[in-house]
Design a protein around this ligand. Sequence first.
Ligand SMILES: Nc1nc2c(ncn2[C@@H]2O[C@H](COP(=O)(O)OP(=O)(O)OP(=O)(O)O)[C@@H](O)[C@H]2O)c(=O)[nH]1
Ligand SMILES: [Mg+2]
Length: 962
Amino acid sequence: MGAASCKNSKSPEQNQENANKTNITIGVFGLDYAGKTSTVKAIEGSPTKHALPTVSTNTSTVPYPVSTKRGEKSHEPIQIIDVSGQRRFREDSWPDYYDKIHGLIFVLDASEKKRITENKQTLDDLLCDDKLRDKPILILANKQDRTGAIDDEKEIKKKLDIDQLKIKHKIEFCTAIPNNDKDDDSIRTGFSWLIRTIEANYSDLNARVVNNAKGSNRSKPIGRKNDRKSDDSNSEDEPPSPRKRMTIPPFSKTRTDVRSTNDSNKLPSINHAKNIPKSSSRDTHSEDDDGDVNYNARVRARPVISPVDNDDYSYNRSSNQANTTKSNTLAKKKKVIGPASNANKDTSYKKSNDNELKSYRAPYESLPDDDPWSSIKKTSKTDDTFPNLYSKSPITNDATKKYPSPLLRDIKPKSSGLTSKGPNYSDNDDDDDSSSKKDKNKSTFPPKTRYDDDDDSYKKISSSYSKNKPLLTPKKTTLGAYGADDDDYDKLNNKTNNRPFGSTPTKKLFKHDEEDEEESDPFKKTSLKLTKTVDSDDDDYKKKTSKSYLSSSDRSNFDNDYRRTTSKPPLSPATTSKRSKDNDDDDDDSPLPKPLSRSRFPNDNYVSTLSKPTNRLIADDDGDSYKKPSSPYSTNKSLSTPKKPTSSTYGADNDDDHDKYNTKTTHRPFATTPTTKKLGRFDEEDEEDDYDKKKTSKSYLSSSDRSNFDNDYRRTTAKPPLSPATTTKRSKDDDDDDSPLSKSLNHSRFNSDIDRSLPPYKSATTTKKGDDDDDDDDDDDYKSKSKSNSKPKVPLRFNDNDDLPSSSSKFGTRPKYDDDDDDNPSSFSKPTIRPKYGNDNRSSSPPRSTSISRKPDDKASLSSPKMNTRSKFDDDDYPSLSSKLATQSPRLPSRSKYTDEDYTSSSKKNSFPSRDDDYSGKGGLRSRIGNDDFDSTKGGFHSARVGSAATQRFRPNMNDDD
Ligand SMILES: Nc1nc2c(ncn2[C@@H]2O[C@H](COP(=O)(O)OP(=O)(O)OP(=O)(O)O)[C@@H](O)[C@H]2O)c(=O)[nH]1
Ligand SMILES: [Mg+2]
């Protein structure tokens, strides 16, 4: 902050004022998922388990108690820049902060040994950067609550290759998230050490910061191999060479200055220079010397600031501006939906700039003159400046709240000591403190998987947030995100699943975001519903859906501010499901399932790094995923009703259909649910259509439902009203793979769909078709559509006519097929399934008609019924078609559907013969299609045409065939 403020200040007065202040800026670095944000929260006095992945950076300010030389008490605002640990940010964004910070914190996940090398490399890059040279660094080996976490200082040093590190540093072993079983002072201890160390060298450090602020040089990006430089001070004098590569705008004053300014206003300014000499802090530093006495001496003897380092780097603001533009451009390029750049800017900025102290933040009491640090404890109570902080704390109930601010804890002489006081380095002040922290056993967090979160605490927090609505403020938002997220998620998932996104935001959406709430609510319900309804078998599905859904929404709504701008509809579950998959690009390194959390961020990185405070990226994928789901909704109008989403969800899934197709085996999570809902809805739609609802049976509705809903978004288009036959049973049938007939009918309906979606099949079909095959699916579809519309009545007929001789009598056989159709007199009932498979299309192929004619033999019983069917469908589906069509249409459906085994009985038999004789070519089709029904159909058809008056009455056009 100091840097930023200085940079911005133009008037001498301001400069003077700033000069009198001790504005310290700390950068928090580390790999993604290391716990940086969690650590910052802990420092702020509001630890949380639900930190969300950071996009770009989060900037917060913590009041730190200081005492001036005069004995004045004051709170010094310490700005903490929490950056995203994702690789992209490491490479592109981190360097922008190097010259703005007085010291840094490096957080690593000590439990994730697989990334230790990556940590080492990253740390190495930091330590080697000129801009960070000699800046004190606090290394936090986080996640000590997890089993397997490295808790030995020597080990960690060895692995990080910092045994010989001469830069002033301190290693602390900590648990950043709330730990019910024990208090972890290590973060406070470490932070306190860091601040004191900075203070001890403030003049030099700040000079560097200020000077660097004048001309922004770009450091080598993290992640690109830098040769570790020796600590040799000589290098200081060499100005870093500016890099030409694109940079993300360094954190601009707009973002930070305001805050700092405000903070400084609120907090009494301190003439830090006066404080520096303070023995106490010095003493503290001296402790550090354990390992590196010489180093300290050297540092003191030699100004940290390099004279050359100063200004004039002609690389600068103009370039910064250009960079800014670029970053915006990048943001636009990203798949981010909506005006990412602007949104980013505005929202993120807004949040990040929240100058006001958060209610949850604990105030720091000014310290006694003699020992400000230790005194904190005494004065820890609210300061006038922050009267309400405690009362407002959203996390009041949390055990962690006991310590409103980390610093307060710090007071405890030498708090616990996870900190490693390394021989070399470790500090000093805290040495006393070292209390063994590591009772991992006690830890609340059993060695969960990476993603596991404890929900309990979470809930508390979230709830508190929601009530307090801290989110309104920028920081709040962040917190809110943390807190809120998981709650919903957990509920949905019953806490069972691993939560890659751990921090998942779910709740926020609903609770915090009012805007989103409206949208999300219905979905929320839906999602919940889904989870419940879905078959247990589909656990995966549930997980994906629920999680993804929530997370995505969360992200969209909260984290990604800019994204939110877009009218992104609440994500459909289907969409969300992908989320998990998407993991980010960045995390290649991460051993774990990238879960996720990271995965989200990939794209976002470019989007405004700076602007956004917290962003959780929604992975690009998300955007994509959204699309799919959205379409279905739009078309289906599912959105209007809560359920819709659900149905849409189902529909969206291709798998769904597939499931149906394969039904027999798999559990069909969707089977039940969708149907019902759909029906209802469907009815309404149908009403609009010409169909006579009254007459239409339930089945009809259901079928339609499917066509509209189940069938993926593809069908987005207003699917022509399903042919009655088809529709009839659909609802019931979905599962009924067995019933041959009904299915066949269904085809007619779906053919159109299929054709669209599945071109390949078409070709095959068409090819096979003989002369007769006019039926190209395309045609059929077209026809069918037209028909469906034009001839709505047909279904009615059948419905009414269940008694029809042909169907009833003949269908004696049917019963077999019609499992579901009991209600439906005719086999027609089963409608649906085929459409997707495209196989159906073929069925429509006309050739059969021919075959039929040839083989009237086919079992009369079967044939007749089929005939009926056909007649029905022919008329309905293919009204326009000539006799050919009439014959053909019926068959197709049946085949595609029946392809399988189930109805081996009559249909198959019939089919085989027919193949040999007539349809050799077609037989191929059949075989593919697997529909034996075909033959029978023909026969049936034929006979029907020929003999059954009843049939004909349904099929006026049949004559042509003859
Ligand atoms: N068990 C355990 N989990 C932790 C600890 N610290 C953080 N976490 C969890 O680790 C995950 C990542 O934490 P964050 O604070 O978001 O990590 P980060 O370093 O900020 O990650 P990025 O912002 O993506 O760079 C979250 O789910 C935290 O709840 C810890 O000490 N113990
Ligand atoms: Mg973070």
